[in-house]
Design a protein around this ligand. Structure first.
Ligand code: TTP
Ligand code: MG
Length: 406
């Protein structure tokens, strides 16, 4: 039976939320990301702003130069989180097979649901309408037999779009599109493909599997399948986040070890707190650094045993940081830490591991105290240097771009 998968993504999400709260912003070039005289990047740009070339990830300074009339908003993460929860709740009303991907993006498996809604297209229209009625937000929806094609269809339909790729048409739909549209094709893979004379997904689909495997290893097989529109990956309703991360841009590029270390400690604690709140453990820690010239690197370390302890996350991150700094002399612009390979904790094994258990109890106690008395009620030594640098709020420090840490 052919599956019917929807990919739903809100348009210019952060900006659209701001426009609902302040309708005067509607129809104007608007950027959420911070004040343009400060450092940081565009998190979300309205489609009017995109007409000037603005896009997510662009330095705010560049954004203002390209579009001096743009309205810059700092943004606030709690508003977006609230909207996101309501958005997911609306989708869950339509099908229980919901996989949230990020705050404003989800897959929905709606196979066999047409009898309730007339057709899957009509169901998508109803979903868009409900999101508009309840939240006032525009959404775009792609419909296809698999996740990859559904996501690309949603992207192409933006803004406020709806695009269905009929079963059997996946290959011809993908063929003319740039290869970089496929998931897993970053700048590096794209360069290699271009070097081989391959620019479109259609051209990619004619490459023999063996050649793709020899160039790209295991991911070569995925490229082979996806480029032909073959994709049987499931919509995973457990839907829990696949990774959790926090990052921040410094007010000034820095090589100050104690600042880097303290910031890493702070971000690591935030990651750890979310991990424990979600009741999960992580098998992998990733450090992200962006240097003064925007060179961005990620370094990952796979743990022998999954963890939810701040201490382990921090220590692993610190080792990666020390190594990275020894390999690159530039000043650091942004630092981030994340965890992935998330699993449910294996209770049985933990019983045998008393130091792990002690850490677990310690972290739980810290979480409880902070929930009750605020973040700064208890501080670990590793984040203390931040006290002199950043303003403190009840729920933590105001880092330079607090709301934009993903
Ligand atoms: P996206 O869905 O990628 O972007 P968008 O919703 O602003 O625009 P569209 O989908 O119409 O292309 O990301 C969702 C939100 O996540 C976005 O509004 C802001 C945030 N975000 C960041 O904070 N940093 C980023 O680099 C990106 C890409 C998004
Ligand atoms: Mg979006």
């Amino acid at each position: 039976m052919t599956r019917q998968i929807m990919h739903i993504d809100l348009d210019a999400f952060f900006v659209s939320v701001e426009q609902v709260l302040n309708p005067e912003l509607k129809g104007k070039p608007v950027v959420v990301g911070g004040r343009p005289d400060r450092r940081g990047v565009v998190a979300s740009a309205s489609y009017e702003a995109r007409a000037f070339g603005l896009h997510a990830g662009m330095p705010l300074i560049t954004a203002r130069r390209l579009c001096p009339r743009a309205i810059f908003i700092e943004g606030s993460f709690t508003k977006y989180r609230d909207a996101s929860q309501k958005f997911m709740a609306i989708l869950a009303d339509f099908s229980p097979y919901l996989e949230p991907v990020s705050l404003d993006e989800a897959f929905l498996d709606v196979t066999g649901f047409e009898s309730i809604h007339g057709s899957i297209q009509q169901m998508a229209v109803a979903i868009k309408q409900r999101i508009k009625d309840v939240l006032g937000l525009p959404a775009s929806i792609g419909i296809a037999s698999g996740k990859v094609v559904a996501k690309i269809a949603a992207e192409l339909s933006k803004p406020d779009g709806l695009l269905e790729v009929a079963a059997g048409e996946e290959r011809s739909f993908l063929a003319p599109l740039p290869a970089a549209r496929l998931p897993g094709i970053g700048k590096k893979t794209e360069r290699i493909l271009n070097g081989l004379g391959i620019h479109t997904i259609g051209e990619l689909s004619f490459m023999p599997l063996s050649a793709l495997k020899s160039h790209f290893g295991v991911s070569g097989e995925l490229l082979y399948r996806h480029s032909s529109g073959i994709d049987d990956s499931k919509v995973e309703p457990s839907g829990a986040a696949k990774s959790i991360s926090r990052e921040t841009t410094f007010g000034q590029d820095t090589r100050d070890r104690s600042l880097l270390k303290a910031t890493l400690g702070y971000l690591g604690e935030r990651v750890g707190a979310e991990l424990r709140q979600k009741g999960r453990q992580a098998g992998c820690v990733t450090l992200k650094l962006r240097y003064a010239d925007f060179l961005t690197i990620t370094r990952r370390h796979t743990l022998i045993k999954a963890t939810d302890a701040d201490q382990t996350i921090f220590n692993t991150g610190l080792k990666l940081l020390t190594k990275a700094l020894s390999q690159e002399r530039q000043l650091v612009r942004l630092i981030g830490i994340g965890v992935s390979n998330l699993t449910e904790p294996g209770r049985q094994l933990d019983m045998l591991d008393s130091s792990g258990q002690r850490l677990e109890q310690l972290n739980k106690a810290i979480d409880r105290i902070r929930k009750k008395y605020g973040f700064s009620a208890i501080q670990s030594g590793r984040t203390l240097p931040l006290k002199d640098i950043f303003p403190e709020r009840d729920d933590g420090y105001t880092l330079h771009t607090p709301s934009l840490s993903r």
